[in-house]
Every structure is written in C-alpha cells, then in structure tokens.
Design a protein around this ligand. Structure first.
Ligand SMILES: Cc1cc2nc3c(=O)[nH]c(=O)nc-3n(C[C@H](O)[C@H](O)[C@H](O)COP(=O)(O)OP(=O)(O)OC[C@H]3O[C@@H](n4cnc5c(N)ncnc54)[C@H](O)[C@@H]3O)c2cc1C
Length: 445
C-alpha cells in the first residue's frame, strides 16, 4: 500500500477536525458532504463551545449590535444536517506517534467534573483551533483588560459596557466614559467605531444621559500608524474617519502595564480608563507547547510544509496531521508568513479538503498558495474602507464608503453560504433582513 493512501477496506477513515471556526467549520461541512454523508469516512468536529459564531463579528457582539441568538450556529444541529458528528471538548494534547488526541475533563459552570479526560483516535487530524490575544507577558493585562477571543469574552465586555452606560444615565448624567483600546489592527479600529455607533443608538433608546461627546476612546498603537499591516492609504483614511468620530489615536505608544484604573506606557504616561480592551496581536494558545514533536514559531503557530502538513524541527512531515487557519505558520510565495485572517483560514480549508480527497484517490497533492483578495475594515454603519485585489492584474483597488461596506458584509455572507449551502444560506440572509426590521438595533441587556 502507498504510504500516502488511507487504509483500504475495513472501517471508514476517521477524520477529526479540532476547532469549528472560520476554517474548521467550512472544512467539516465540505468533508461531511463529500465523504461523511456517503459513509466513505467518519468526520468528527470537536470544539470547546457548543455554537459557532464567525470571529470577525466579535466586536459587534462586544457592543451589542449583533444578535448572537440568530447569528450563532449550533454544531450538533449543523453536523446532523451536513454529514459530520460533533463532539464537545477542549483539546489539551496530541500524541502524533500513536495518532490520538486528548480532551480535557468536562466541567459544569460550578466547576464540577462531568466527564473524565478522553482520548480519541484518528486517521487524519486537522488542527484549526485559531489564536488568542497575545499579552506578551505584560503585567496586569490578563487581570484588567478585556479581550475579544471568544463569544463569552465579547459578551462579558458587553455586560460591562451596558453597566457603565446605565450607571452614567441613571446616577452620573454628564460624566464621561473612558475606554482604552490597545492595538489599532482591525479589531481595535472596528471596535472603536462600533462604540460610537452604540452610544448614538442608546441615546435614541432613551439613555439620554450618555452622548457621543461623553465617550472618550483612546486607541493606542505601538506602530507608527493605525492598521500597520495594511496599505498606508487605508490607514490614512481610517485615521481621518476615526478622528471625525472623536477617537483619540495614540501611535508609537508602547503599553508597559495595566492596573484597575488604566494603562501605563513605556514613556511613563498614564492613560486612565473605565474599561480596557487588549487587541495587540495574536498567538496560538499556549497548550500547543505540550504537543511534542511540533515545530513552533515564537507565537506558538505550528510550522507547516507547502501542503499544510505539520512538520517537526528537522522539517520532516508529521504523518496525517494538517494545520489550518490562525494556528498555522505557512510561508507564502513572497517569503512572508500568511496573515491570520478569515480569508487565509477559508483558503487553507479548501486546500486541505482537495489534498485529503486527492490522497484517497492516489492523486498528487496541490501546494497551498495564498491569494490576498484585499482587506476591508468596517467603521460600523458610518463607513468601510479597504482594498480589493484584481484577479488578473493582482493590482489593488482602493474602496471606501457604501461600496466597501457592501464588500465587507459580503465576506460574512460568503461564509454563511459555505457552511449552510446556497438555498439555506439565502433563506438565512433573508431572515436576517426581516429580523433587523423588527428588532432593536442593539442588545440592551
Ligand atoms: C474582532 C475581530 C475582527 C476581525 N476581523 C477580521 C476581518 O475583518 N477580516 C479577516 O479576514 N479576519 C478578521 N479577523 C481575524 C479572523 O477572525 C481570524 O483570522 C479567523 O477567524 C481565523 O480562523 P480559524 O479557523 O483559524 O480560527 P477561529 O475562527 O478563531 O476558530 C477557532 C475555533 O477553535 C475553537 N477552539 C479553540 N481552542 C480549542 C481547543 N483547545 N479545543 C477545542 N476547540 C478549540 C474555538 O472555539 C473556535 O471555534 C478578526 C478577528 C477578530 C477577533
């Protein structure tokens, strides 16, 4: 038997995907359609949460402008419809030699253990567990700053925000609300604009004690400009728009510590804040360091070869282990690491799907090539800014305003179509428009 081919005869291959996010859920869905439904392989998706929400929407969960009830997808129900099995669990380790993975003991909200640690065997394993915010070991960040890594974290920020707004409205009308956001990447920029939008909405819902003039958002960036990873033209346009909203942008400012009342910078400046958000870079979660045999970057991302297969320190392929999305360190044709973005996760999922199918047929695999289709940044309903890449010329086109907003929204719609299919996806989009028409524009509790 060719070493690259799956075992012939006997039980169908066990394909396990850990992480049902932008990359993992799309892959599980498509494998379910191609193999799971036909009984050609058993497809299992493992996630530590019961529901999926598209991560680029978390800043809207944080401000309450996104209805999580209608936008989250139940993995159990989705798996039953799309030909894969879902298992609730948190990955803690992988034994790459014996091809098993370990899930943490499952606990309820009070900390009581509901399930022992479990070991699951696999034939093919795809790790797609994404990334978390990198606090770079800076004192006080974990204790005092909110992060937007998961639905529960975004909801925690939302509760704190609404508490602050209510307190000002009922007890301290006229007082200002100071919010410091560290990191002017997409998350920090989009959250800043969204905060002005919710303040406007709250006033319209009767919280008249809190106006946009009372909102003080400090957006702090260590680099010389906002959106340092994107073209300068986007950065300049976003700075102007945020400035008009009232955001105070502080560039080339390095935060060295946080305490309960605010942030301290390397230059000794204090930035007082009622709420602080840390969005200054990402890393793969620390538990990945427990998995022996992998080669990792300083940000814990797992080194992969051109087919997105994990490699060890000598660049040898680790058999039947694939890595996609934010936790993969894939080097593009330009010699740079593929950026941690939803479009990268989507493209990696497609590449691994094709290669898993090709290997089953004994066909050659295709190397992964990242195509940058451009970058779009949403400034709430006020505007959007970005670039789109031409398919043929690979030249970028600058877009702004309604056109950019349309493209930005279409990214999420494409993800919905990928995980729900065309008919159901279109129905969901239609239902979203109807819901929007009858419900308040934000979550007020
Ligand atoms: C606020 C915000 C705005 C963003 N905006 C954009 C944007 O406009 N455009 C863009 O391209 N990108 C954007 N991004 C980045 C984008 O969301 C990520 O690059 C993308 O989601 C990565 O996909 P992924 O599949 O690797 O991981 P994720 O989508 O993060 O999914 C990871 C999944 O793994 C699960 N998981 C994690 N650890 C474990 C474990 N130990 N065991 C089991 N399950 C686990 C998680 O629950 C999650 O479901 C944004 C991110 C944020 C936070």
């Amino acid at each position: 038997m060719n070493a690259e081919q799956p075992s012939m005869g006997g039980d169908p291959q066990r394909i396990v995907i850990v992480g049902g996010g932008a990359g993992g859920l799309e892959l599980a869905t498509r494998l379910g359609h191609k193999l799971g439904r036909k009984g050609l392989a058993s497809i299992k998706l493992i996630d530590r949460n019961r529901t999926h929400i598209w991560k680029p929407l978390l800043h809207e969960v944080a401000t309450g402008t996104l209805d999580t009830g209608t936008q989250s997808v139940s993995y159990f129900a989705h798996g039953a419809r799309h030909g894969y099995q879902f298992e609730l669990g948190e990955l803690t380790d992988v034994d790459v030699h014996n091809k098993t993975l370990t899930l943490a003991p499952r606990k309820n909200r009070s900390g009581e253990q509901l399930q022992q640690p479990r070991t699951i065997e696999y034939d093919q394993l795809i790790l797609a567990f994404g990334s978390i915010s990198n606090d770079f070991g800076i004192a006080g960040i974990q204790q005092h700053c909110y992060m937007l890594d998961s639905l529960s974290q975004a909801e925690r920020f939302h509760t704190a925000l609404i508490d602050q707004f209510t307190d000002i409205h009922q007890n301290r009308p006229g007082d200002s609300l100071r919010i410091a956001i560290v990191g002017a990447g997409a998350t920090g920029v989009e959250l800043s604009a969204e905060l002005y939008k919710v303040t406007e909405l709250l006033t319209s819902y009767g919280m008249a004690g809190m106006s946009q003039q009372q909102l003080e958002v400090n957006l702090i960036e260590a680099g010389p400009r906002v959106l340092p990873a994107l073209p300068e033209r986007i950065s300049a346009s976003v700075s102007r728009e945020l400035g008009e909203l009232g955001v105070k942008i502080k560039t080339s400012v390095v935060v060295s510590a946080a305490d309960e009342n605010g942030l301290l910078t390397k230059d000794g400046e204090r930035i007082d804040a009622d709420l602080m958000v840390w969005a200054a870079g990402v890393k793969a979660p620390d538990f990945v360091r427990n998995i022996s045999g992998l080669s990792l970057t300083r940000s814990n991302q797992i080194a992969v070869n051109e087919f997105l297969q994990a490699t060890d320190a000598e660049r040898n392929v680790i058999k039947d282990l694939w890595i996609i999305g934010d936790c993969a360190a894939s080097i593009g044709a330009d010699g740079k690491q593929v950026p941690p973005r939803a479009q990268s996760a989507h493209q990696m999922a497609s590449n691994v799907l094709e290669n898993l199918l090709a290997r089953r047929k004994g066909k050659p695999m295709k190397g992964f090539q990242y195509h940058d289709h451009g970058s779009l940044v949403s400034l709430s309903s006020y505007s959007a800014v970005g670039t789109l890449m031409g398919n043929l010329t690979r030249k970028s086109m600058f877009v702004e305003g309604n056109m950019a907003r349309l493209f930005y929204i279409s990214l999420y719609r494409l993800h919905q179509l990928a995980i729900h299919g065309k008919v159901r996806g279109a129905l969901i989009v239609a239902a979203d428009w109807l819901t929007k028409a009858i419900k308040p524009k934000m979550k007020l509790h």
